[in-house]
Ligand binder design. Structure first.
Ligand SMILES: [Zn+2]
Length: 150
């Protein structure tokens, strides 16, 4: 009589919890790429349709001419703004590649996710952006002053 001893093997398959480093910046990259395409398209179409000869209106009213000038100026400003944003978007994409993304260029502190969500191409944290805005404002005032004084 042979008694078989059954050895119970408990195979506990320990699954390694793979904590994959979620690359949060990947979603910003997608966002930025989308913006880049949209801006490129917008700049292209706006530049092509920049009104330079004015409206083809038949009424020889001088106010028509003024409004055409005004819209051309507005177009120029819009174009300038879009081109500027496009530049920032390109820079942000490069920073994602180099691992510098999400850090304030001025003080080196991380830019909050909330801010990046609203402005994926943000270069500065809120505090530094505030300072930059004030500097820009001052520059603008000085420029206008120079224009007036010649
Ligand atoms: Zn900062």
């Amino acid at each position: 009589m042979a008694s078989k001893v059954k050895t119970k093997k408990t195979t506990k398959a320990k699954k390694k919890s793979t904590k994959s480093k979620k690359n949060d910046f990947e979603k910003y990259r997608q966002e930025l790429l989308k913006y880049r395409d949209e801006l490129k398209e917008a700049v292209k179409t706006h530049a092509a349709s920049l009104p330079d000869t004015g409206m083809t209106g038949v009424s020889g009213d001088s106010s028509d001419h003024a409004s055409a000038d005004f819209s051309a100026e507005m177009f120029g400003l819009l174009l300038e703004k879009q081109a500027g944003t496009l530049e920032l978007v390109e820079k942000a994409l490069k920073k994602i590649d180099s691992g510098e993304y999400g850090v304030c260029e001025e003080c080196g502190k991380p830019i909050t996710a909330k801010r990046l969500k609203a402005l994926p191409w943000a270069r500065f944290c809120l505090d530094c952006q505030d300072k930059q805005d004030r500097i820009e404002q001052l520059k603008k005032v000085r420029r206008q002053f120079d224009e007036v004084t010649g």
